[in-house]
Design a protein around this ligand. Structure first.
Ligand SMILES: [Zn+2]
Length: 328
């Protein structure tokens, strides 16, 4: 995830602060337990003394003395565990409550940036905090079928609005479940207010919660970045980074395609973006109010054929939920 230097420093500072917080917590818990049973402090001190001796002997080539030290340390460890157990503690008590247990809040795993680092970078670059608050409201837990009719039938498919939505939700669930193993993309289309954005938010929330990097853009925002990256002479490292992240993130959501003003630039950029992500096997969700036919007319057959052969096409059908909510 490309970042400017100042952004990189800012993230490192955050991780550093987290590590200090964790360390303090671990220390205060240790103190609390030592106070209750001073023998534990003696044991910990003895173990660290043994470890120092062990290291010194190793340096001096006295390998034969190591076995007995090893046994001694194990003895202490067993005693420690026993005492803790009697006091009603587990060893976990000294492990801090990490925000991310994968990297223990260091931001790195085996020298590579952890998924939490990558997502933090995205949040910082796009200041997507507004998305986070939307995702609290719009997710599978808050999703409701009550706005979808059991009577209204889509003549093209013979399915009711409710059946159509249930099918779409099942497809989205499959998309999430198979995300790490299968390269899948979603194309959600249908009239305004049938729940396309809500559904893509549901998917975004699930994938964010499982440590994937997700970028959400309306088509307008996406093309704005492409434009700045292409035409501005004064483009800064933030814009360059943002542009690259569009191709790198695990999931890109392009919402409301067709609401921007399409022109030859946006049309070619859309092809480039979709095509590049397909080549990199990075998943994308596109939502649009446009009918399929119009989609191909506006964005070219070439783009549409990439979409139709690589995306799961889900047509949603029903009455405008926003209007329904207002009436109720
Ligand atoms: Zn992490």
């Amino acid at each position: 995830m490309p970042l400017s230097n100042s952004q990189y420093d800012e993230i490192l500072r955050e991780y550093h602060a987290k590590q200090i917080r964790n360390q303090r917590l671990a220390e205060s818990r240790k103190k609390e337990v030592y106070k209750k049973n001073p023998r534990l402090k003696e044991i910990d001190d003895a173990v660290s003394t043994c470890s120092v001796i062990q290291a010194r002997k190793l340096l001096n080539g006295h390998r034969e003395a190591l076995n007995s030290l090893h046994e001694e340390i194990n003895g202490y460890r067993e005693e420690r565990l026993l005492i803790l157990k009697e006091m009603g503690y587990t060893e976990d008590y000294f492990i801090p409550d990490y925000d991310c247990s994968d990297c223990k809040d260091s931001g790195f795993v085996k020298g590579q940036r952890c998924h939490c680092f990558k997502q933090r970078a995205i949040d910082l670059v796009y200041t997507q905090s507004n998305i986070k608050s939307i995702l609290k409201e719009e997710n599978f837990q808050t999703f409701s079928y009550k706005y979808y009719s059991k009577i209204e039938i889509n003549p093209a498919t013979g399915l009711t609005s409710l059946e159509t939505m249930k099918k779409a939700v099942a497809e989205c669930r499959r998309f999430i479940e198979e995300f790490d193993n299968k390269f899948l993309n979603l194309f959600l289309y249908g009239d305004t207010g049938v729940g396309k954005t809500f559904l893509s938010n549901c998917v975004a929330k699930e994938l964010l919660d499982t440590g994937h990097s997700v970028i959400y853009f309306t088509a307008f925002q996406l093309f704005d970045i492409f434009e700045k990256n292409t035409f501005r002479n004064d483009r800064d490292s933030d814009i360059i980074a943002a542009h690259q992240n569009i191709f790198d993130c695990d999931l890109l959501i392009i919402d409301d395609l067709g609401t921007e003003m399409p022109n030859s630039f946006t049309i070619s950029q859309l092809f480039l973006c979709i095509n590049e992500r397909i080549l990199r096997k990075k998943s994308t969700i596109i939502s649009t109010n446009l009918p399929i036919k119009q989609m191909a007319q506006i964005y070219s057959e070439r783009t549409f054929s990439r979409i139709s052969s690589n995306y799961i096409m889900l047509k949603l059908f029903g009455d405008d939920i926003r209007i329904q909510k207002k009436i109720r």
